[in-house]
Design a protein around this ligand. Sequence first.
Ligand code: SF4
Length: 222
Amino acid sequence: MKNKNITLSPDIYFENVPKTLNMNIRSELYSTNEFTFAVAVILSAQATDKKVNEVTPNLFKIAPTPDKMLELGLDELKKQIKVISFFNNKANNIIKLAMQLKDKNSDDLNYKFPQKYHNRAELMKLAGVGQKTANVIMNVLWNAPNIGVDTHVFRNAHRYGWVDEKDNTPEKVEEKLLKIIPKKYHAIVNHVMVLHGRYTCKALRPDCEHCPVNKWCKKYLI
Ligand code: SF4
């Protein structure tokens, strides 16, 4: 008989779900260095990774560094990314970002953010970098224990009962998740919940039958 008192705790979830994912893939966004990763994350706001990956290989061939992005210029950048939602605004931010990062290393093909940006408050001073974008950058590039709350993390944190209806913003969800998920998992929370949410625990028609935590999940048992 099905036991409806079973709970899908964060411990059970993070012990089991990562085993079924390819954890070597830190992000599905195409990038060539830390600058291009940040640009890809900015482009991915309200757009799918797939759509972003359609334009970035060519864009990053022409403009792989802050200096080269400034050489490309605003108008040409807009042409390159015009199939992405909110491209005007995103292009403005990317050019401002390149200007803010301009320094003696800003034409390095292996561009790395200066150490001072390995800090969320500093990172959020950059154009186009809000809390979610900063979290994803810190999480993926530097394994920082921040939790980027995107649509998958937001939806499924509610679905598993880890947060409630009062947690109605990404910021509130992040705050709650940081409290209830053991610290040892913080660096992988975003990555695991995004992949599981994208391919298994999807918004519509989750694939419960093939889910590694279905025996603990109330949503499956119901
Ligand atoms: S059993 Fe279904 S609802 Fe529950 S975590 Fe898995 S995919 Fe999501």
